[in-house]
Each structure stands twice: as structure tokens, then as C-alpha cells.
Design a protein around this ligand. Structure first.
Ligand SMILES: [Zn+2]
Ligand SMILES: [Zn+2]
Length: 162
């Protein structure tokens, strides 16, 4: 993998935790294992891998849950966003791909643990489309507390619920 604009930045939904990755990402993948399904409350999870040497926490730090003897998972203790998977002793750390500010730029290249993949996974792209894309104006009208998809000097902003 080459050519991704660096650093790759991202963070949790509330913005209490922000990160920057200063090296090229490795091995973007999706995982169907039961532990990822539970940890994210999701039917599958996309990750990319970063070297710890390339990682900078630019705001906050994740809380850690030791999900097995072999690994710990990081999440935001304020908003609950799952962010990382780290095999104990490894010098690499996996990040939830959806936590990136520009997740569409990093396409998963492999899938793991397909024995616990949802039996209807292949049918999902063919579901009827029930809603149109919300416009930026519509989203703004809802006054989201979600951190924007870029770094901010201060967050929450003035007048925003903390
Ligand atoms: Zn958060
Ligand atoms: Zn998994």
C-alpha cells in the first residue's frame, strides 16, 4: 500500500480521542469474528493496521478492555466508540477503519473468520434503498454533537453540549 496522504487522522464520535498515523497503513481488512461483532455491536468490522511507532494520540487516549489473554481493545470512555485492537506484545495496532476522517480512501483487501459471517452478508448491497442521502443542511439542522471529520483546536465548540 502506498500513496495515502499522511497523516491519516481520525477519532471517536465525540472527539475526546483523536489520532494521527504518520506512516502508510497496512492490511486494511474486514473481520467477521464473534468477538469483533460483540465489541462493536456490529455484524462485521473493518480495520487497518498501523505501526505503534507511527501513531500519535493528538487528543485523549482510549480506555482499554482486555477482551482475551491475547488482546486488548481501546474505546472512548466518554462516547463509547470502539477504536482499536491490540495483540499483547505486538508493535502494531489495528484501528477501526470507520473512525478515520476519510474512511472511503482505504478499501479492505481481505476478510477474516468467514465461518461467523452473517449468512445474508452477500445480499446486503441488493437491499431496497429506503432513504435518500441527507443533505449537509439537513444534518446541520439536527445540531449534531458529533466531532467533524477534521482536527479541531477546541472541542466541544462554544455553545455546544459537553
Ligand atoms: Zn468519544
Ligand atoms: Zn475480529
Amino acid at each position: 500500500m502506498t500513496g495515502h496522504a499522511l497523516p491519516l487522522t481520525g477519532g471517536c464520535q465525540c472527539g475526546a480521542i483523536r489520532y494521527a498515523i504518520h506512516g502508510q497503513p497496512i492490511n486494511p481488512l474486514i473481520c467477521h469474528c464473534r468477538m469483533c461483532q460483540k465489541a462493536f455491536g456490529a455484524i462485521f468490522v473493518a480495520f487497518f493496521t498501523a505501526r505503534e511507532a507511527d501513531l500519535e494520540w493528538t487528543r485523549g487516549r482510549p480506555a482499554l478492555y482486555r477482551s482475551s489473554e491475547a488482546a486488548e481493545r481501546g474505546f472512548c470512555s466518554r462516547c463509547g466508540t470502539p477504536l482499536t485492537f491490540h495483540a499483547i506484545g505486538s508493535e502494531e495496532i489495528d484501528f477501526a477503519l470507520g473512525s478515520l476522517d476519510r474512511p472511503a480512501e482505504l478499501k479492505p483487501q481481505k476478510q477474516y473468520f468467514v465461518d461467523t459471517r452473517m449468512p445474508w452478508f452477500d445480499e446486503l448491497p441488493h437491499l431496497p434503498v429506503a432513504g435518500s442521502t441527507a443533505s449537509a443542511e439537513e444534518i446541520a439542522r439536527r445540531k449534531p454533537y458529533q466531532h467533524p471529520d477534521h482536527d479541531t483546536a477546541e472541542w466541544p465548540g462554544a455553545g455546544q453540549a459537553s
